[in-house]
Design a protein around this ligand. Structure first.
Ligand code: SF4
Length: 459
């Protein structure tokens, strides 16, 4: 029986070291990273740190990195160099997936004081405080260049986090790491083995969101369907328990592996008033030959009936699907087969990613490579197909009334929000509406750039 990850909550009291210091935060990558940065920011604010205004020099720079593609690594390097250039002498801390994969290399970048790997990021505040003291003993302009990261097998701690994006929906981290090792993916190498909090701990966090007036929670993680791995708790247990939390009106499951989206979860979401008719399911390829090369845990014969089952129980459900184009082994025939399969699916939108060679992944052992131009052409075709499907899905609901959670307005911008089934809705500029409120809206036709439907009569 695999040991459950260690669930640790880090609490800190006010000390002199950090009081009145200004910090700036830069996050790259996924919702998980944003939730983790947001939690660290709250912990630093509790220590008396304030957030530097735009253009204001910071004393502390925090970069939470991503390493899902080569491009992501490059963007992280650029971000680190830009922040250290714009904030000379500031204490610079680098966290996240890139930090876990290349700690020594990043720690030698000019201006970097500390690189923290996955196992230590949860205790970042204590390390930041310690490094501030260390740096005080250095010459002006000198950096600590320290890296603290443990090998993959020693990553055990589940660090809870929850962030309030756009001041309307909360991203609640329920699981971290992954045991799947798909051949194209570095995430298991960067984030470690699958681990999660307990149902009771996650429910407590949801109750805290409700106390803050939050109405919508997005459950996020790396492989959230694997919640409770190595324990007697399951993702289904978590979903049922969260459904009971008073004050939260909406839950969305950010992304779930098709083989882990069980019929009982689909049926529960269909009967729940709180779990929205909205699913995000990674397919990655519509070709069984490519799915085998990816070592995915399902094939198209499992995937298609899942989509059909969702529509059977929730005919109005929005289904977003991830696809990667240009992976090694994706021949022309495989891509055409994949395209036909995806075209045949009754889904609402595609998230199309171009395959990127990642060091340390098994995909590098596959001979057949797809050139850049072909990758681009394939992703363009899928993006066009995605727009067709999204517009067709939106068009089905023109004229209908649906509940919309309105986001906080931005100056001079039309109010926006999302329906229960994830249709983006826009209010005419002349109309105002309280943010973070759910109201019924009559869905009108598309807005100018067809990115949303305009609400005709909303209250
Ligand atoms: S399920 Fe596969 S693609 Fe997703 S994080 Fe795990 S290894 Fe990566």
């Amino acid at each position: 029986m695999e040991e459950r990850g260690i669930f640790r909550i880090f609490a800190y009291e006010m000390t002199t070291t950090m009081k009145d210091k200004k910090a700036t935060f830069l996050t790259l990558g996924c919702k998980l990273n944003f939730a983790e940065t947001s939690t660290l920011r709250d912990q630093l604010l509790a220590k008396g740190v304030t957030v530097a205004e735009k253009g204001e020099r910071a004393d502390i720079c925090i970069v939470n990195t991503c390493s899902v593609t080569d491009m992501a690594d490059q963007k992280c390097r650029q971000a680190i160099h830009r922040l250290t250039r714009e904030n000379p002498g500031a204490l610079t801390i680098v966290l996240g997936c890139y930090a876990q994969l290349k700690p020594e290399e990043i720690s030698q970048f000019e201006g970097v004081d500390l690189v923290l790997g996955m196992e230590h990021k949860g205790d970042a505040v204590r390390y930041i405080e310690r490094t501030i003291t260390q740096k005080e003993s250095l010459q002006p302009g000198e950096s600590c260049h320290e890296a603290i990261a443990v090998p993959l097998r020693e990553i055990r701690t589940f660090v809870p986090s929850c962030s309030c994006g756009d001041r309307t929906r909360y991203f609640l981290k329920v699981q971290d790491g992954c045991n799947y090792y798909c051949t194209y993916c570095t995430i298991p190498i960067a984030r470690g083995r699958s681990r999660s909090g307990s149902v009771a701990q996650i429910v407590k966090q949801a109750e805290e969101v409700a106390e803050k007036g939050g109405k919508e929670i997005v459950l996020t993680g790396v492989n959230i369907g694997d919640f409770g791995a190595g324990t007697d708790e399951t993702f289904f247990d978590l979903v049922k328990a969260l459904d009971e939390v008073a004050g939260i009106e909406r839950y969305r499951i950010s992304s779930i592996e098709p083989n882990l989206l069980t019929d009982e979860i689909i049926a529960f979401c269909a009967s729940s008033k709180k779990f929205m008719p909205h699913f995000h399911i990674p397919l990655q390829s519509g070709s069984d030959a490519v799915l085998r090369l990816m070592r995915r845990k399902y094939d198209t014969a499992l995937f298609a009936p899942k989509i059909a089952r969702i529509h059977e129980l929730m005919p109005d459900a929005f289904i977003g699907v991830d696809v990667i184009v240009g992976t090694r082994g994706e021949t022309d025939e495989c891509f055409e087969e994949a395209y036909r399969f995806i075209e045949s699916l009754d889904i609402s939108q595609l998230h199309v990613f171009s395959y990127s060679e990642r060091p340390g992944t098994k995909a590098l052992e596959i001979d057949h490579k797809v050139d850049k131009a072909t990758k681009h052409a394939r992703s363009q075709r899928l993006l066009a197909l995605s727009e067709e499907k999204r517009k067709a899905f939106y068009r089905r609901f023109v004229g209908e009334k649906r509940p919309v959670l309105w986001e906080q307005g931005k100056e001079g911008m039309p109010m926006q929000g999302f329906t229960d089934n994830y249709i983006r809705i826009e209010l005419p500029l002349s109309k105002e509406q309280e943010g973070n409120a759910i109201t019924s809206a009559q869905l009108g036709d598309f807005n100018a750039d067809e990115s949303a439907l305009v609400a005709e009569v909303s209250f």
